[in-house]
Design a protein around this ligand. Structure first.
Ligand SMILES: [Zn+2]
Length: 374
């Protein structure tokens, strides 16, 4: 059995022990507990910890958050932050019979040996791909994620037809957060949307830097919640949240939309008896944002055929698939925003109900069409 040293276990020991000894969770609803747990990410250096630490900090949100944003590490930890609260990290020993123990002498009334299971000492870490994908989906972004040469910082996608970069950063230290903001302002040369677990590190100098770049900051804690079905949801429709980054439509846009709809109508009539009809490929690649390989799998054909269909679509619309995706997202968000405004006027002050209306009212069917489009 391989034992692996994880430095974070040591650095966390004092704070974990403090949290363990002082934890006294108050009864509350599931949602109110879950809505504030993004802050946990800013307390775990390296974003890696044993499951007991994550469970203690996330509380009731642990299981859904584990599924949504964490991944299991391949190696076992070598040190155990003391679960009895003595303030030390104890060596984990693998005995000749294969059993795992740590020893703690702090409390003479308890046995020295702490028996452990492999699951208890297998660390879990934040999966940037899972976290980025979950936020990409819930915010209705397009484009691709891209690593940035900054610590714990990732571009998770882009917003609207303007392709405004959406950046996620997770920092334990305020100085690092400010450095990330400063570098983003210097590197991106334009507007961007910055997400972080909380606004704790976004102090006045950071806000000044962001304002300089006409960028906006959104703390996940107050914008993205965990729903009862253990999935993420936004407190308001993304089109409302990010409205300042959505281009206003003018007469030229209206004319372009009319042209796209006309071309889409033509496309639907093309080769309907073929394997992978162009209309279906459009639906899978543009509305459902599938890759060519995924589309080929769905249409049960070879990927090269999808490449040909994608080229046909791009020629037909004189737009790239990526531009069509942005266009489709834009239309969808515009519709959600309009509906959200309409509902807010009807139900002033009923935020929760408004959200439920937003959640339930715009369900796509299996083909990605909104109710009005069916
Ligand atoms: Zn101990």
């Amino acid at each position: 059995m391989k034992l692996c040293y994880h430095a974070t276990d040591v650095t966390q020991t004092a704070s974990v022990t403090h949290s363990l000894s002082s934890s006294n969770p108050q009864p509350s609803t599931l949602n109110s507990q879950l809505s504030t747990k993004w802050s946990v990410l800013e307390t775990i250096p390296g974003l890696i910890a044993l499951p007991g630490v994550w469970r203690q900090r996330f509380g009731a949100a642990f299981e859904p958050m584990k599924d949504l944003i964490l991944r299991e590490c391949p190696n076992l930890a070598q040190l155990l932050p003391c679960p009895r609260g003595c303030g030390l990290a104890h060596d984990i020993i693998c005995r000749p019979d294969g059993s795992l123990i740590a020893t703690c002498d702090a409390d003479p009334s308890q046995p020295r040996d702490i028996l452990l299971t492999p699951a208890e000492i297998t660390p879990w870490e934040v999966s940037w791909s899972k976290l980025g994908h979950a936020l990409f989906e819930v915010l209705g972004l397009h484009g691709k994620s891209a690593p940035l040469p900054l610590p714990n910082t990732l571009q998770i996608g882009a917003w609207s037809a303007d392709g405004v970069p959406v950046i996620l950063t997770v920092q334990v230290c305020g100085a690092t957060f400010r450095r990330v903001v400063a570098e983003l302002v210097a590197r991106l040369h334009g507007r961007f949307i910055l997400l972080a677990p909380t606004s704790y590190h976004c102090d006045a100098p950071c806000q000044e830097l962001l304002a300089h770049a006409r960028a906006a900051f959104f703390p996940l804690e107050t914008t993205v919640l965990l729903s009862d079905n253990r999935r993420l949801r936004t407190t308001r429709p993304p089109g409302e949240l990010l409205a300042q980054f959505t281009p206003r439509w003018n007469e030229t846009d209206e004319a372009e939309a009319a042209q796209v709809f006309r071309l889409f109508g033509e496309l639907l009539g093309m080769g309907t008896d073929l394997v992978a009809p162009p209309g279906r490929v459009f639906d899978l690649m543009v509305f459902k944002k599938m890759t060519k390989a995924e589309t080929a799998l769905e249409c049960r054909c070879v990927a090269s055929l999808i490449t040909r269909r994608a080229a046909l679509i791009e020629r037909h619309f004189a737009m790239s698939i990526e531009r069509l995706r942005a266009f489709a997202s834009d239309l969808k968000e515009r519709q959600r925003t309009v509906k959200g405004d309409r509902y807010a006027r009807k139900k002033q002050g009923a935020a929760r109900e408004e959200l439920e209306q937003y959640d339930d009212g715009d369900k796509e069917d299996d083909n990605g069409y909104l109710p009005e489009e069916r």
